[in-house]
Ligand binder design. Structure first.
Ligand SMILES: *Cc1c(COP(=O)(O)O)cnc(C)c1O
Length: 227
């Protein structure tokens, strides 16, 4: 067993637990997504041996190779990177979740290409809450229409929202952005969508994200090391 990865995972879990406690939230109300991009199957095996089952990947072909190599393990694979049209079939066939839906065309293709023998693809819409110019993600004003359209697709199940905020200097700034994401989620719920997932928070803003209602944090470097 790779003790470094096991120790790192224990430390990240301790962080999550402390943040939950500080926020008055139940421990276990926040899921850890281990971001394994650029790391090989052995690193994922080590994390699985230490109890981790959900893994996030950005690069589709790399991920598919890894998913195939690790087919013997009961892992859950989350696509968290940008998806081009020519990659939707691979994503629909191999992943369990997609966090990075940012336009209807991609969602439609994923729904059409999801194999019948697999359960519906679990998806989040990526929302560009703070208007960062270099990022993908739907603008908040376009979110309600996109969410209704995605929720109507037969082979997808819309679960919630994902954000990648710009780096912020203070805890208050981070929390303000996370709060906006939570507000957007609550508004969609008020419009009748049954959503339960807020994928937000990475190493630097994990506690702030949990304080504002994150249900899934995405951590790579702190588990596997520097890429
Ligand atoms: C790479 C990545 C992460 C993890 O980042 P680390 O700095 O390695 O913890 C989380 N979310 C997304 C969308 C990423 O691309």
């Amino acid at each position: 067993m790779n003790t470094t990865i096991a120790e790192n995972l224990a430390q990240v879990h301790a962080h999550i637990q402390a943040a939950c406690q500080a926020a008055g939230r139940a421990p276990g109300s926040v899921q850890l997504l281990a971001v394994s991009k650029t790391w090989g199957p052995d690193a994922v095996r080590a994390a699985h041996a230490a109890g981790q089952t959900a893994f996030g990947e950005n690069y589709i072909q790399e991920a598919v190779d890894k998913i195939t190599a690790l087919h013997d393990l009961p892992l859950q694979w989350h696509c968290i990177g940008p998806i081009q049209s020519n990659k939707t079939r691979l994503v629909a066939e191999h992943f369990d979740w997609v966090h990075s839906i940012d336009r209807l065309k991609i969602a439609q293709r994923l729904s059409e290409q999801r194999p019948d023998h697999r359960p519906p693809l679990q998806v989040c819409i990526q929302v560009n809450v703070d208007g960062g110019e270099t990022k993908s993600g739907v603008a908040p004003q376009d979110l309600p229409a996109l969410a209704q359209a995605v929720a109507a697709l037969p082979r997808l199940q819309l679960r919630g929202l994902m954000t990648i905020p710009e780096p912020a200097e203070t805890d208050a700034q981070m929390r303000a952005v996370h709060r906006q994401a939570k507000d957007l989620l609550d508004r969609l719920r008020a419009q009748g969508l049954a959503l339960d997932t807020l994928s937000m928070g990475m190493s630097a803003d994990l506690a702030a994200a949990i304080a504002e209602g994150s249900t899934m944090v995405r951590v790579g470097t702190a588990i596997f090391g520097k890429r």
